[in-house]
Design a protein around this ligand. Sequence first.
Ligand SMILES: CCCCCCCC/C=C\CCCCCCCC(=O)SCCNC(=O)CCNC(=O)[C@H](O)C(C)(C)COP(=O)(O)OP(=O)(O)OC[C@H]1O[C@@H](n2cnc3c(N)ncnc32)[C@H](O)[C@@H]1OP(=O)(O)O
Length: 221
Amino acid sequence: MPHVLLIARRAVGHLGYVSAVRVVSVDGVHSVQQWPPVETQPPQVHPKAPEQGAELTSHYSECFGCGEDQPGGLHMSSTIGAGHVVHSSFTVSAEHQGAPGLAHGGLLSCAFDEALGTVVGQLLRKPAVTGKLETDFRRPVPVGSTLHITAELDGTAGRKVYASARGHLGAPDGPVAVEARALFVVVDLEHFTEHGDQDALKKLRDSAREPERTDRWDINP
Ligand SMILES: CCCCCCCC/C=C\CCCCCCCC(=O)SCCNC(=O)CCNC(=O)[C@H](O)C(C)(C)COP(=O)(O)OP(=O)(O)OC[C@H]1O[C@@H](n2cnc3c(N)ncnc32)[C@H](O)[C@@H]1OP(=O)(O)O
């Protein structure tokens, strides 16, 4: 069974390069994993990114992670934290079960995709999609409990954006139940117009123009 023995974080020199080293043990064989896996630059928060303390509304009402128009969705909410951080919360309901009374692992990964996508999209203000997502499930997450997820931008390398997150069970300082790391890739808006559904894109465009929802992601500003 994989086991992480050590997590160390270091900041190096004038580049502000940040790397975490994880020593992972599988069947007694240790291996070292570096995160981010390549040399990165410090993330540049966009000048128009929401300020610390800002409570974010759904970027798209039909988003499975945060949309209010998805009855069985995760209905996550997020707040901008200090520096390169977004705080999100996900309360597990009966619709999210895998084993009886416990959250489905795939939905926990989904919650982390959402939290990580939010820190990337909201702080960099660039369209980006998940290229790779890796999740460590450390404790069972029961129905009715809330995961408090802290997601952080770790660095950028060209179009590649690296971010990681930890989910604390029951309280922001509760035990870590889930951790995740992801690579997002910055894309042109054509990614969505070419591959997405035109009616859904129109709905997003229209909602972004509602005066009370100016914070939404306008796909074609
Ligand atoms: C006006 C804007 C305002 C913004 C405001 C924001 C507010 C919104 C806030 C919040 C919203 C977010 C909340 C939602 C979060 C959920 C997000 C999702 O679930 S996204 C859906 C799932 N993901 C996909 O569907 C992708 C499908 N994949 C693709 O489309 C392509 O594969 C893509 C774009 C990822 C890459 O394709 P290529 O052709 O563009 O580029 P190539 O060259 O292949 O990759 C670029 C670099 O990335 C590396 N790369 C790509 N995939 C990799 C992988 N799996 N592992 C390692 N490296 C990978 C490559 O090796 C390359 O690296 P080298 O530049 O050569 O060093």
